[in-house]
Design a protein around this ligand. Structure first.
Ligand code: ADP
Length: 794
């Protein structure tokens, strides 16, 4: 019955037992969970350790290292005579004065050895095991006593006393959550509690019976350390503690913590005893916590931000190296852990220390606020600070500041903004330039365009686009081949050459047809200029196309006129020489006849009529020449007037033939005329002049004689007159020029056939003025027939 009491006592005693359990298990859970690992890494206080072990042993009494009562269950308190309370904190000597056997066992335990005792209390025979308890640092922190009632030998006379005691010991030992063991000085196990089986799967009996059983199950890496510790314990005669790995039956490594206590007899160490506890989970947790801690520490130290954590009392809880360097804080100040002192040392580095101090101090008061601030430093740096509350659960227990050096970032941002503005300005200027360029391009009277390396139009003005017969919009982005397929084969190779060489080509004459006017031959003066950028080299070219078709035509006209003028000069010069010759020709015979006549007169002889006739004939010839010249001049000036009247052509031809007959002796003259009269309305003298001229030419250009026939006929409403000879004829290519001024056919001999080339010119003018038409049928060597028509008088 008593055996159950301590357990109840723990559970009921103001929650102490519960608290111990929570601490123990809670630690384990938190260790596994990770984030709260730091909390569990807190070293266990001696007091906590005592309560922890006490809970594990279901102890009835727990004392500290000085023998003061830390915990005592109420049953024991009753037995010890302290049922009224007040035992806590008092020495065991005082509290256990009624139970000296228990006091002796406690004292033994406080020397570091296990104390055993047996005696009566509260009317029962009680058995006590008192174990020393060690803290994390290995120092003795107190002792825990476990009590068990047992029947006395008197009460159980049939049971052998020693066997009974042993059973009780074993039952007590087996209830301990650890392996209690004992070995002799040669490290042979003499006792191993049954927990060995539960914790390690190793049978306690084999452990004792097989000498090397234990050795086989110690982890080989730990064996040397285990032996060394056991030997030290044995040699030095004091308790040692160590952690090592045992290998379970299934091959799993289990970390055990054991105390090794040596007991001596007569000054000789004779055995070792200990309690082995499974600490695998505890160590794993610790390892995980340490690992997490090291990761966090490394992270904390490696981040580029300076971080400091300050608690509610303005004590510096943590900071990283970056923080200290950033603020140039001395090691002494950081060691001092006083946030206010660090703030005072840091403030002068800022541009406005008072504002900085005020801002930080305002945040020392715990608050949930998140604050972001920008701090200008005297050395030009700019720090950005973020301060957050540090929480534990719902409570705010301090504040975390992180500082980031944003100097470069800010400079880069300012530079970016500056560049952005510059780029914006540049873009505006470019757009302005393009607008100007477009205006200029579109209003330029010449064709302008820019093409890229693919010969696509990037810009083109209306003048050039309309040459292609398209709009500017249509042309943009299209190639020169698409825009101007007729001319592209001529100019595209030149464009490529300009881009290839980077050398301009200017003022090239180009002629051809364009889609806008495919029938018309047009002319341009074209220049190509390479367009380059410093980074990309030649990116395209600018084309200037100036239409010169009009200039070209004007030039051709000028050339034609020049040629004509030169021709006219040549004709004039020819005329002058011919005219001089023609005018001079009659003068020689005239002079001759006049001299003859003078001689005859001087000699008193009668003038021979033959000389007078010859002289007069030459004068007539001169007169005719001069008339022709005057007529030609009048025709040119448009002043050749006609005196019109009815002219009867038969009579007129009779008259002219009569006058012509004496001019030739070697030609047969013939006239063919219709019976009815043919009357035209015209200038009789001028028409006679035409007939005379044609007859005279017929004589002149048939030097070997032959017949000359003058034919009159009616042709509808027209009178048709023709003069036919059988003379030299006229070459075909000369015929069209016959009626031009001063023209004389190639085959017209100069001597003997003198003439100014004016006769036919005057004839045509006279006939056409009468509404008629004049022409010639001729074959070289076979004679010529000159025809003219005149409208008959109505
Ligand atoms: P020309 O004073 O030289 O005769 P014309 O004007 O009368 O001037 O004639 C022009 C030219 O036409 C002549 O020089 C001659 O070459 C050619 N011609 C005119 N009539 C005849 C013809 N009947 N037979 C051959 N050639 C002629």
């Amino acid at each position: 019955m008593f055996a159950t009491r301590p357990s109840q006592a723990w559970d009921e005693a103001g929650g102490v037992g519960t608290e111990v359990e929570q601490v123990t298990k809670g630690d384990m859970r938190r260790g596994q969970a990770g984030p709260d690992a730091q909390a569990s890494s807190r070293p266990v206080t001696p007091h906590e350790r005592l309560l922890q072990v006490g809970r594990g042993l279901r102890a009835a009494l727990v004392t500290d290292a000085q023998g003061r009562v830390v915990w005592m269950d109420e049953v024991l308190a009753l037995a010890a005579g302290w049922e009224g309370g007040g035992e806590l904190g008092r020495s065991c000597r005082e509290v256990l004065s009624r139970l000296p056997w228990l006091l002796a066992a406690v004292r033994t335990a406080l020397t570091g050895e296990q104390g055993l005792g047996e005696g009566s209390g509260q009317g029962q025979h009680l058995f006590a095991v008192v174990v020393p308890v060690y803290g994390d640092d290995g120092s003795l922190v107190g002792a825990c006593a476990r009590l068990q009632p047992r029947r006395t030998a008197r009460a159980e006379p049939d049971t052998p006393g020693t066997e009974h005691v042993r059973e009780h010991y074993e039952s007590l030992i087996d209830s301990i959550d650890g392996i209690v063991w004992e070995a002799d000085a040669e490290f042979r196990f003499t006792f191993v509690s049954r927990q060995a089986e539960r914790l390690l799967g190793l049978h306690a009996r084999r452990w004792v019976s097989e000498p090397d059983f234990w050795a086989r199950h110690v982890h080989p890496e730990d064996w040397g350390r285990v032996m060394a510790t056991c030997m030290d314990a044995l040699r030095q005669g004091r308790t040692h503690e160590l952690e090592f790995r045992m290998v379970t039956d299934s091959g799993r490594a289990v970390w055990m913590r054991t105390q090794v206590t040596a007991t001596s007899e007569e000054g000789q160490p004779v055995r070792l005893r200990g309690l082995m506890v499974d600490v695998t989970e505890q160590l794993r947790s610790r390892e995980r916590v340490e690992h997490t801690h090291s990761v966090l520490r490394a992270t904390f130290d490696s981040i580029a931000d300076g971080v400091i954590v300050v608690d509610a009392e303005q004590r510096i809880i943590a900071y990283n190296k970056r923080f200290q360097d950033m603020w140039g804080l001395s090691d002494a100040v950081m060691r001092g852990r006083n946030a206010e002192a660090a703030l005072r040392q840091a403030a002068p580095l800022t541009v406005d220390p008072a504002a900085f101090v005020a801002h930080v101090q305002a945040q020392f008061t715990p608050s949930a606020a998140v604050s972001v601030n920008v701090i200008e430093m005297k050395d030009g740096r700019v720090l950005e600070s973020t301060s957050l509350p540090q929480r534990m659960g719902d409570a705010i227990i301090g504040r975390v500041w992180s500082y980031r050096d944003v100097t470069q970032e800010r400079r880069a941002k300012m530079e970016r903004e500056r560049l952005l503005v510059a780029e914006q300005n540049a873009r505006e200027r470019t757009e302005e330039s393009f607008a100007l360029l477009d205006t200029f391009l579109n209003h330029a009277p010449v064709g302008l365009a820019f093409v890229n390396r693919d010969l696509r139009y990037l810009r083109i003005n209306t003048a050039l686009a309309s040459l292609h017969g398209h709009s500017r919009e249509w042309e943009l982005g299209r190639t020169v081949w698409e825009a101007n397929p007729l001319m592209a084969p001529h100019f595209a190779p030149l464009m490529l050459q300009v881009m290839e060489t980077g050398l301009p080509m200017s003022d090239m004459e180009m002629s051809g047809h364009v889609p806008a006017t495919p029938e018309e031959l047009r002319h341009w003066r074209v220049s190509y200029y390479p367009v380059s950028t410093p980074s990309a080299g030649v990116v395209g070219l600018g084309a200037v196309v100036v239409e010169v078709t009009q200039e070209h035509r004007a030039r051709q006209e000028r050339e034609r006129l020049l040629k004509e003028a030169q021709e006219a000069i040549r004709v004039r010069d020819d005329f002058l020489s011919i005219a001089a010759h023609e005018l001079k020709t009659p003068l020689t015979p005239l002079k001759l006849h006049l001299q003859m006549m003078k001689q005859q007169a001087t000699q008193g002889q009668a003038l021979k009529p033959h000389h007078v006739d010859k002289a007069l004939s030459q004068v007539s010839r001169l007169s005719l020449l001069i008339h022709d010249l005057l007529d030609a001049t009048r025709i040119e000036a448009g002043r050749l007037g006609l005196r019109r009247g009815p002219v009867e052509l038969q009579a007129l031809t009779d008259e002219v033939l009569a006058e012509a007959r004496p001019l030739t002796g070697q030609h047969t003259l013939e006239r063919v005329a219709p019976p009815e009269p043919l009357v035209v309305l015209g200038d009789r003298g001028r028409l006679a002049q035409v007939l005379s001229n044609l007859l005279e030419n017929a004589f002149k250009y048939s030097p070997t004689g032959g017949s000359v026939r003058l034919k009159l006929e009616r042709d509808g409403s027209m009178a048709h007159v023709s003069v036919r000879d059988s003379g030299i004829g006229i070459p075909d290519d000369q015929r069209e020029h016959l009626f031009q001024r001063f023209f004389r056919a190639r085959n017209a001999p100069i001597s003997g056939f003198g003439g100014l080339g004016l006769g036919l010119y005057i004839c045509r003018d006279i006939i056409e003025r009468h509404g008629g038409h004049i022409w010639v049928d001729t074959r070289v060597g076979h004679g010529s027939t000159f025809h003219f028509t005149l409208p008959l008088a109505p």
